[in-house]
Design a protein around this ligand. Structure first.
Ligand SMILES: Nc1ncnc2c1ncn2[C@@H]1O[C@H](COP(=O)(O)OP(=O)(O)OP(=O)(O)O)[C@@H](O)[C@H]1O
Ligand SMILES: [Mg+2]
Length: 239
């Protein structure tokens, strides 16, 4: 479903954010993208959303090379990709219902459809009783749930999240990650860039490790690998 080949992204003359990246993600997968700060995680996600263009290489999504998409075709691509950010990006002057409905309204959904789909989405994230609250009346975890509801309300094939638990405490982070897992179980492909080592180890999903723009490891049911940590020479004490 997502096929990335020989992808390079360079900023200016000296910053190479991604270097010869090759990655295939199938429908229904759950993939963690990990790596230290500056490894290229956000760059990769932005390329998938076509917020930026690669220097070289191709990105096929649903069989089409998105690097060749014309401007007017980009909204259709984004409609098929739900996005969740670390800093929520909710509209603070609108209530929860309207924040989620907004995504549908811009795609021209009927009010009947909006009245049906928004509550379904809010119910899935456990926030139906907060639909008339404003974002600043909610906890961080609840705000992130609204973002998840917003990301899935269009029923996208893929949900992409960039550090979705970066501003949340460990318990709330776990809840949000379980929500992604549930969305994945219901058939949506999920891609999560994260630093949350404990969560990555707990969920045992596919783990793709980036290091200074290169893909250095890709494991099914993997654990978090820190490329810059000293290797453990004598596991188990070495005696
Ligand atoms: N718009 C930009 N202009 C110039 N350099 C950029 C730009 N965006 C990212 N970079 C650089 O590209 C590299 C990769 O950045 P990226 O944001 O993808 O890292 P990251 O893995 O998401 O890091 P973090 O964990 O801190 O979010 C870094 O060296 C960064 O400074
Ligand atoms: Mg980032």
């Amino acid at each position: 479903m997502i096929e990335i080949s020989h992808l390079y992204k360079q900023f200016g003359n000296d910053v190479v954010a991604l270097k010869d990246l090759n990655l295939v993600i199938d429908r229904g997968e759950f993939v963690f993208i990990v790596g230290s700060s500056g490894a290229g995680k956000s760059t990769l996600l932005k390329l998938l959303l076509k917020e930026i263009s690669p220097t070289r290489g191709s990105i096929k999504i649903f069989g089409r090379d998105i690097t060749r998409l014309k401007g007017r075709q980009i909204p259709l691509l984004r409609r098929n990709i739900g996005m969740v950010f670390q800093d929520f990006r909710l509209l603070n002057d609108r209530n929860v219902f309207e924040n989620v409905a907004f995504t549908l309204r811009v795609t021209g959904a009927s009010s009947k459809e909006i009245r049906k789909r928004v509550p379904l989405s809010l119910e899935l994230v456990g926030l139906k009783d907060k639909q008339f609250k404003k974002p600043d009346e909610l906890s961080g975890g609840e705000q992130q749930r609204v973002c998840v509801a917003r990301a899935i309300v269009n029923r996208p094939a893929v949900v992409i999240a960039d550090e979705p638990t970066g501003n949340l405490d460990p318990n709330t982070s776990m809840e949000i990650m379980k929500l992604f897992e549930e969305i994945n179980v219901r058939g949506t492909t999920v891609i999560v860039a994260t630093h949350a080592k404990e969560l990555v180890d707990y969920f045992q999903k596919r783990v793709v490790v980036l290091d200074r723009g290169r893909l250095i490891s890709d494991q099914e049911r993997g654990v978090y690998i820190d490329a810059h940590k000293e290797p453990l020479l004598f596991p188990g004490g070495g005696a």
